[in-house]
Design a protein around this ligand. Structure first.
Ligand SMILES: Cc1ncc(COP(=O)(O)O)c(C=O)c1O
Length: 378
C-alpha cells in the first residue's frame, strides 16, 4: 500500500523514547519537551516556542492569548477545518476569503473584507507546505489594525527570502549558512502554529508547536495550556479558565528525533514533486510557488486539465494507492452555510479539478513513477 504521507522515522526516535522511559518522565513534563521546543524555535528562528498536544489547540490558545473572542476573524475558505474550528471555540464569526492563482488568500478580496468587516484578526494559512503571500498579508493586517496569526500546520520549514534595505535577499536553497536570511512560515505574524500529526512533514504521532517572538504571549499560552495553575502556591490555585493542551515528554522525544532529519525530509518532498511535475505536466497543472518563497511540497497537489479527480482517486485506490481531493472550501460546508464569504469561484474550481498525490518521503522513485503511470493511463 502507498499512503498519502505516512510517518517516516529517522531511527533515533526509539532511542530517545527509551531514554524518556528510563528517566520515568513520561508525563507532559521533562527534558525532551525543552529540547523539542528549543529545536523548533532555533530552526525557524523564533524567540520562543511551546509544545502542545496538536496544532488545533495552538490556534485556540493563540486566539485566547491575543484576546480574539466575540469578534470577526478572517480566514481562507480553501483550508482544513482545523484552521476554523478554533475561531468558533472563542465565539468568533469566521469570514471566508477565496483564493488567488497561487491557491492562497486573494489579496483584493482580503482588503475588501478588511474594509467592510473590520475583523479583529486574520488567520493566514500556508497550505500544502507552500508559503502564502505573508509579507503582503502582514502589510494589510497592519494597515487595518488586525492581529495576524499564521496557521503553518502544513508548512514547517517553508520560508521566504527576507527583505533587507528594500531588496530581497536571495538564498535559493534549504542549506543553512551564516547569511541564511529568510523568514519562515509561522514567524511573521504575532503567533504561528505547526502541526506534527501523523501525516505531516514530521510527526510526533499527534502534536503541535506554537512560536512567537513575543515571549510574554508564549508564557501566557504555556500557563493556559496547563490548566492555568498559578505558580508560587503549594495548593492548586486558579484565577482563570485553563486547558489541558500540553505535549507529553514521550511524544517530544519522537519530535527531537524527527527534527534531526527535517532538511532531508524537505529535500525528498521536493524531489518527489519534481518527478511528478516532469511526468505529468501534460495532463495537469501543479500548485504554483510564490516568487521569492521556498515551499516544502508537503503534499504534491495538482489540478487536472481533463480528468475527474474522484474517478482517479477510485482508480488509485484499486491499485492500493491513497490519494485525496483538495480541501472542500469552507464556505461550501454545511456548518458554514450562513457564514460571510468573499468569493471569486477559484477555490471551488480547484476543488472540482484537484488532487493530493501520495507524497510520503518513504516512497522511492519507482513508487512515484508507478503512480504517474496509472494517472497517465486514466
Ligand atoms: C491547515 C491546517 N490547520 C490546522 C490543522 C490542525 O492540526 P492538528 O491535527 O495538529 O490539530 C491541520 C492539520 O491537521 C491543517 O492541515
Amino acid at each position: 500500500m502507498i499512503y498519502l504521507s505516512p510517518p517516516h522515522m529517522s531511527g533515533k526516535e526509539l532511542e530517545y523514547v527509551k531514554e524518556a522511559f528510563e528517566s520515568n518522565y513520561i508525563a507532559p513534563v521533562g527534558e525532551f519537551i525543552d529540547r523539542f521546543e528549543e529545536k523548533v524555535k532555533n530552526y525557524v528562528k523564533a524567540k520562543s516556542a511551546l509544545a502542545l498536544c496538536n496544532a488545533t489547540s495552538g490556534l485556540h490558545l493563540a486566539l485566547r492569548v491575543l484576546g480574539v473572542s466575540n469578534s470577526k476573524v478572517i480566514v481562507p475558505t480553501f483550508t482544513f477545518i482545523g484552521s476554523v474550528n478554533p475561531i468558533l471555540y472563542e465565539k468568533n464569526e469566521p469570514v471566508f476569503i477565496d483564493s488567488d492563482e497561487f491557491w492562497h488568500m486573494d489579496l483584493n478580496l482580503l482588503e475588501d473584507a478588511l474594509k467592510k468587516e473590520k475583523p479583529k484578526a486574520i488567520i493566514a494559512v500556508h497550505i500544502y507546505g507552500q508559503m502564502a503571500d505573508i509579507e503582503n498579508i502582514k502589510f494589510l493586517a497592519d494597515k487595518y489594525k488586525a492581529i495576524l496569526i499564521e496557521d503553518a500546520a502544513e508548512a514547517l520549514g517553508a520560508y521566504q527570502w527576507k527583505m533587507e534595505n528594500g531588496k530581497w535577499k536571495m538564498n535559493n536553497s534549504a542549506e543553512k549558512s551564516d547569511d541564511f536570511s529568510v523568514r519562515f512560515a509561522g514567524t511573521i505574524g504575532d503567533i504561528g502554529v505547526y502541526s506534527f500529526n501523523g501525516n505531516k512533514l514530521l510527526t510526533t504521532s499527534s502534536g503541535g508547536v506554537m512560536v512567537s517572538d513575543n515571549e510574554t504571549l508564549i508564557k501566557k499560552a504555556r500557563h493556559l495550556s496547563t490548566q492555568a495553575k498559578e505558580e508560587g502556591f503549594i495548593e492548586y490555585v486558579h484565577k482563570e479558565v485553563g486547558f489541558n493542551y500540553r505535549m507529553s515528554n514521550i511524544l517530544a522525544a519522537i519530535g527531537v528525533g524527527q527534527m534531526e532529519v527535517i532538511d532531508e525530509r524537505i529535500k525528498r518532498k521536493r524531489e518527489i514533486f519534481e518527478i511528478y511535475k516532469s511526468e505529468l505536466s501534460e495532463i495537469a497543472d501543479f500548485m504554483p510557488e510564490l516568487p521569492n518563497t521556498f515551499g516544502t511540497r508537503w503534499l504534491t497537489t495538482l489540478t487536472f486539465k481533463d480528468l475527474d479527480p474522484f474517478e482517479v482517486i477510485k482508480k488509485l485506490k484499486d491499485n492500493k494507492i491513497e490519494s485525496r481531493p483538495l480541501w472542500k472550501p469552507m464556505h461550501t460546508q454545511p456548518l458554514f452555510k450562513n457564514a460571510k464569504a468573499y468569493i471569486n469561484g477559484k477555490s471551488e474550481e480547484y476543488f472540482s479539478r484537484g488532487l493530493c498525490l501520495p507524497s510520503g518521503t518513504v516512497m522511492n522513485d519507482e513508487d512515484v513513477r508507478r503512480v504517474c503511470e496509472i494517472l497517465r493511463n486514466s
